[in-house]
Structure formats: structure tokens, C-alpha cells
Design a protein around this ligand. Sequence first.
Ligand code: GDP
Ligand code: MG
Length: 692
Amino acid sequence: MGHLERLRNIGIMAHIDAGKTTTTERILFYTGRIHRIGEVHDGAATMDWMEQEQQRGITITSAATTCKWEVDKTVYQLNIIDTPGHVDFTVEVERSLRVLDGAVVVFCGVGGVQPQTETVWWQSEKYKVPKIAFVNKMDRIGADFFRVIKMMESRLNTRPVALEIPIGSESDFKGVVDLIRMVALYYHEEDQGSHVDVKEIPADLHDLVGKYREKLLDVVSEFDDLILEKLLEGQEVHAEEINQVLRKATVENKIVPVFCGAAFKNKGIQQLLDGVVKYLPSPMDIPDVKGINPHNEKEEFRKASDDEELCAIAFKLATDPYAGQLTFIRVYSGIIKSGMGIYNPLKKRMERVNALVKMHANKREEIQSLHAGDIGAVIGMSSTTTGDTLCEKSNPIVLELTRFPNPVINIAIEPKTKQDQEKLNQALERLVREDPTLQSKVDEETGQILLSGMGELHLEIITDRLQKEFKVSCNAGKPRVSYRETIGKAVSVEKNYAKVLGGKEQKAELTLKISPLSPGSGVVFENKVKSEQIPGSFVNAIEQGVRECVESGVIAGFPVIDIKVELTSGKYNPEESTEMVFKIASSLALQEAMRSAEPVILEPVMEIEVVVPVNFTGEVIGDLNARHGRVRYMEERSEMQVVTAEAPLSEMFGYSTQLRSMTQGRAVYTMQFSHYEPVAKSVLEKITGTFV
Ligand code: GDP
Ligand code: MG
């Protein structure tokens, strides 16, 4: 078996508190990477290594960890990508979903399918990620394995296939019956479940086991005619035959094998690990990766093979206190070797691979090369950011980027002392590079630093990191909506400008035409003037003036978007003109033009999807209406109503709390940026503090 077939890139996904971290800790323990199990409530779990995570007991970063697991005398390598569970971090979840091939979804045996489980489930469906399920906390009062399976059917609209059933329940939970091998497995607390006793199935479970074994064989024979025939003829089917069919159906996303256990009580983890190897895809089982050749815009595919040309994606940036900048990458094809140079086609730069490492949460191991299909981190890259493709310069490829949503909420940050100001600047530079959904800028009028991010919790975590990790003393303001400005009509402005600069009069003459663009276009600059009239370097200066000017609009200083700026005519004088004077002139011309082009303030409008039990639909819609929301459509999914609506972000603060109390915690929602819309007059007066 080649190394690719022995590789599994997996994510572990769950609702907060289902036991993802506890399960991951056990996986690391049984695979021999750690010798003592750290517990989440002690703040000692290995994967939750950032201080915030330890304090909150939640996992925010998606660190990739490598370990090994043996099945049938073959050693497999598992790369575990830790995915975060909170809605504000859905970008992180999506980013990791891009690079993993399969996922383990952890369910709480008591809570079953919880709101966040649904969110991550639908996200993983979007990326067609094959999954296996682990029903955890079987030792807790009220745990019910079979109810969780029913919930998976009704709420997730999926096809769960139980491969185990629990032996004993609640405090009496002892082990599991393996429905494929038809044996009972018991775990002992004394050795932290390390040794598994294989015994006969207890007599009192025979009926239940028979029923679920039959269900399992029904599924298997549905996918395989040969097995169906054998069963009809009353022949024996072997474990290997069953596993082959289950593997194929799982990889094709048709079924979800279900395991059970209690991570905290060290029960059921080894079986789950076997399941990862047996049923989840290797890099060879997934479709070839698709990209674009940046030279001719043609589609290209790369096979998972060391012999193909190099293609890798950077999916996460992190800062290691010792090694410095770590860039986590997944190699899709080819080999990356320590010491080589690789090309970043988006940044148009060569990057140097100073060293390659494999991470074990916060520890690292240096390696010499990283092969197709594998995940690791590069030390030494300087311009690559999250989502960039890395390849050979002679054979460039750009993989499709996950579209990073616009940061729509901001807060003002004020350092307490001058020293803190410097520390703050350095810290922000690093954080912004790590996280494409975070932006920082200086408010020109107040001199304050404004941080923009994806949601209230996102910015809360960032300010927390600034204080704890980067030791910056600072005050943070209340979160506010991040507005934009644009124009309503086309306008041309001619500018004849003269200014004494450096003791000498300098002159610039230019005409700018501005016109509105469709939403999402950003700022487009076009030059229509021949180089005899204005040389290239001067045009660059003019564009620079434009770019700086659009950073703050003419109504209230918000960034300007969806506008085209054309340089339609101009004249320069070799004796009296400089680039500087053209830059100033273009800024002034643009400001003048925008003032007479019916400028408007835009606000972010969010798309909200609420999945709510039918009996709460009325309350949810009433509340959305009160928030100036518009219901777009409604759809019934199992016993749930799916309400899709749009509402201004300014009306959506505190929504999660309100929704929870309105629906007894039974509703799930996702909210993402949809588009910008001109603000209502009343809002405009509030923002600008004047009557208009
Ligand atoms: P995460 O938020 O999904 O990472 O969940 P954690 O692993 O942090 O677990 C949440 C809480 O549930 C912690 O207090 C764990 O100790 C506890 N827990 C996890 N697994 C089990 C289990 O199998 N049984 C019981 N009784 N508690 C568990
Ligand atoms: Mg956790």
C-alpha cells in the first residue's frame, strides 16, 4: 500500500461541549503522542493551547496535528485538523473543510443533534465531506444512542448506520458490541481504557444486536448485489466484505457509520480510530483538485501524486513563540522539500522553505519533505497569506479561494500608554496577516485604531488576545456596524491645480470622471490618457491619490466602494510638474466629484437562515419583522421550518440571545453578509449627527 492510501486528513466537528476536545485528547493518547491525558476542565488539554481557549474551554484555532494508528498490521498516518465550533468562526470551519478529506462528527449522547451540530453538518455537506459519527457521553444520565440516531435521520436528513450498540447505560456503561465482528468490547478505567477485552456478546443483548445487525446487512446488501445474493442464499458474509461496501458508500457520501462511547471515561475511542482508517477517504479517494492557470485562465486539474507538479494551499497562519511565522499547508500534488523555493502566483513572489515541520498541537517535529496529500507547516514564508496557492514558477496554478466575507462590525481600540501603542501596532500586523476576516485601520479624524471583524465574539476574542497573548494594555469600545459610502450618479471634474512645494511652484491639470458600479465591484481605476500627455509614473501617482482618497468618503469618512474612476484627460509640464502634485490634485478632484455625485451611506445587510421547530415559527418571523427584516422564503425540512430572511446588521445585535430565549434554545441560525444597501434617513441622521 502506498503512503497516500495510508493517509487520512480528518477534522473533528461538534457542537460546543459535545466532547470534541476530550475525544481528540484520547485519540492523541491512544495513538501514543502524549503520555498523560489532559482534561478540558483543568485547562490542560493539548489541542486547546491558546490561553483564551483554555479559559473558555472552547477551541478557536484549527491547528493540525499528526499521529499514527495501526489497523491489521498496517500503520496509517492521521492528520487531525481541529475545527472551531462557534458561529462567529464559521470562516475557520470552512477553511479547514477545504483541506480535509473526511470528518468525525461528535454528538452528545444526551443532547443529540444540537444547533451547532446542524450548522457544521450543513457546511460539511456543502463541501461534500464524507463523515462518520461518534455518539459521546454514553455514561451520562439520559444518554440514548438510538434516539441520537433517529435525530440524525430526521434533523440532518442523513442515513446513519449503527456499527455498534452500547453495553449498559449511564453509570453502568461498560463497552460496545461490534456489529460487524459480532463481539463485545469492554474497557477498564484502571489503564485508561488502553487494553480492550474482546468477549462474547452478553445474552440479554441478543435480540437488540440481532435487530441492528440485520439493519446493517440490509444497508450493505442495498449497495452490493453480491452480498445481497449471499444473504438470500443464507451464506456467511465476512467482515472485510462488509467493510469494503461501507467504505465505498461512506466515501460517496451515501451513509454515515455511527460509533458510540464515552471519551471522558476512555471508552470506545480505539474503535472510532479504526473507523477513521476503514471508512474515511484517503487523499486518493477524493476528486483531483481543480485550479486555474493564471497565464491563460484555463482550468487545470492536479492528481494526488508525488510525480505531478507541485500544488499546495496555505490554509492557516500562526505565530510560534520560538519558530516565528508558521504557514500551515496542504500539499495536493508534488513534493515540497526543506530548503527549496516555491512560487506564490497571487503575490507574484518566490517563497523560501526554511524548514518544514509537523505539528503536534503546540509541539513540532522537523521533517525534510512533505508529500502529495499531506499536511504540515512551513517556516520562513513572508508574503503568503491564508488561501494562497503555492506551486512551481514554471507551471503555475491558482486554486479556487474560499470567498472571505466582508468584516462588518468594528470596535475602536485605544492603547493605554505610548509603549502599548507600539506593541499594539506590531500585534495587529501579525493578527491581520493570520486572519483574513480581520482588518485594522486608523480613523483619520479621531486617530483611533478601528478593528473590523465578522461578529461580536470574533472581536471579543481578538481584544482578549491583544491583552493576554501580546500583553497590550488597551481599552476597547462597543462593537459598531461598519458602514460604506458610494455615489448615485456620474460626474466629471476638471482640476487645474498649482501649489508651492519645496519652494517651487508646481502644476497639475487633470479631469476625473466618476460613475457608480454594481454592488460588489469595489473601486476600479481606469486611465484613458495617452502617455505623451501624462507619463506612466504620473498616472501611477494619480491612481495612488485616488486609492488613498476612497479610504474615507465625503459624508462621514467611511470607505468608498462600487465606484469607477476614469482619468479622461490631463496635461503635464516637464518643467513644473511632479508626481506629488498630481497625487494631491487627483485626491482633491475626486473629493469634489464625489460631493456632487449624490453620495450615500451604505449599511451591511445580512442574510439570516433560521432553522426552527414549526411551533415557534410565528415568534421568529414577528421578531425578524420588528428588526426591519424581510423574509425571503420558507421551506419545511423534516419537522423544522427553515426561514431565510434579510435584515440590516445594525438591527441584529444580540440576536443569538433573543432567539435562544424565544425558542427554548431549539432554533439554529447562521448569519452572513449579503450586500450593502443605502441606509434609511433616520439611521443616516444618527450616524452623521446632523439632519439631512
Ligand atoms: P468540546 O467543546 O466539544 O471540545 O467539548 P469538551 O471536550 O471540552 O467537553 C465538554 C465537557 O464535557 C467537559 O467538561 C468534558 O469533561 C465533558 N465530557 C466530554 N466527554 C465526556 C464523556 O464521555 N462523558 C462525560 N460524562 N463527560 C464528558
Ligand atoms: Mg473544545
